[in-house]
Design a protein around this ligand. Structure first.
Ligand code: ADP
Ligand code: MG
Length: 294
């Protein structure tokens, strides 16, 4: 494309709420055939809420919530914000906090050594499973709920069910991209049951490799590399620190406007409005712009 065409493209793009960073972005947008969506904060609003607390034997729900809030007050994750909001006005303080990207967090609250996050995180630290809580967890996950496991001192203590709203434009955006001939994919760190429920709500096909769950940040990069090595031209849309490397590895990295600084920095395109439909608009615009200058 000529510089003039890029100017036209970005000018009109800016009106739509699309900011293309650099001339290559227009070219990549035109050539896209695959769009990889992050789930939490991208297909969903990322404004999460604690809906349910399940305590294991011997731990009162109030204690579970207070201890969880104590650890999460040091975290930047959208799940953490929900837990802090649900917790006591003044949670106990946390020491030796550590964020474990794609897994959860740890910290010391009083004398408790606390782990909070994915079931895998606690299992990896040798916490024995709690069959009753596992059954509860599977039931909640099947409904699209993200379940956070709270444990301390080598015992799983309880579960927090965290829900998020699917973005109002997500399903229409997936449909619009399909109509343009693109293949939508969901790539998430969350568990397969929750991922499948959200995928179904937005119309992403779980059956032919369209949903990839339990992906660590480095797995997300691998998936993007693999798709590209198959000859696909790939956009990644994400919001989180955990998406930054995948955004950078894509032909076109798209950051959701209110995403984290790390995501916005790594992206080629920033969505000015939190409206996923403008991704399809951008593809149409790029194709049109390309035709105009030929
Ligand atoms: P996504 O890819 O859906 O945006 P992440 O990679 O950020 O999700 O996180 C993957 C999973 O790790 C979350 O679904 C959650 O179960 C867990 N997790 C990550 N950070 C935290 C945290 N601070 N507190 C609790 N759970 C967390
Ligand atoms: Mg996310």
């Amino acid at each position: 494309a000529t510089p003039t065409a890029i100017l036209v493209g970005t000018g009109r793009g800016a009106q739509l709420g699309i900011f293309l960073k650099g001339p290559q972005a227009l070219e990549s947008t035109r050539a896209l055939d695959t769009v990889v969506f992050d789930k939490t904060g991208t297909l969903t609003e990322g404004r999460m809420r604690v809906d349910e607390i399940r305590a294991g034997a011997g731990s009162p729900p109030d204690e579970i919530l207070a201890v969880a809030a104590a650890v999460e007050q040091a975290s930047e994750h959208p799940i953490a914000a929900a837990i802090v909001a649900a917790g006591p006005d003044r949670p106990p303080s946390v020491e030796d906090f550590e964020a474990l990207a794609g897994l959860g967090a740890r910290g010391r609250v009083g004398r408790r050594e606390v782990l909070i996050g994915r079931p895998r995180l606690l299992a990896e630290h040798g916490y024995p499973p709690d069959p009753d809580l596992d059954e509860e967890r599977h039931r909640m996950e099947a409904q699209g709920t993200t379940v956070v496991v709270v444990g301390w001192d080598d015992r799983v203590r309880g579960l927090l069910a965290v829900t998020d709203q699917v973005r109002p434009t997500a399903a229409a955006a997936v449909t619009a991209l399909r109509q343009l001939g693109l293949t939508p994919v969901m790539l998430t760190g969350d568990n397969p049951r929750t991922a499948a429920a959200v995928a179904e709500a937005v119309g992403i096909d779980d059956h032919d490799g369209g949903v990839i769950a339990e992906a660590m940040p480095e797995d997300k990069v691998e998936v993007v590399r693999r798709l590209r090595s198959q000859g696909r031209t790939v956009a990644v849309i994400g919001d989180g620190i955990n998406d930054a490397a995948a955004l950078a590895a894509a032909d076109l990295g798209i950051a959701v406007g209110r995403g984290t600084d790390a995501a916005i920095e790594a992206a080629d395109v920033v969505l000015g409005r939190d409206d996923l439909l403008i991704v399809a608009d951008a593809v149409e615009l790029a194709r049109r712009t390309h035709r105009t200058i030929r």
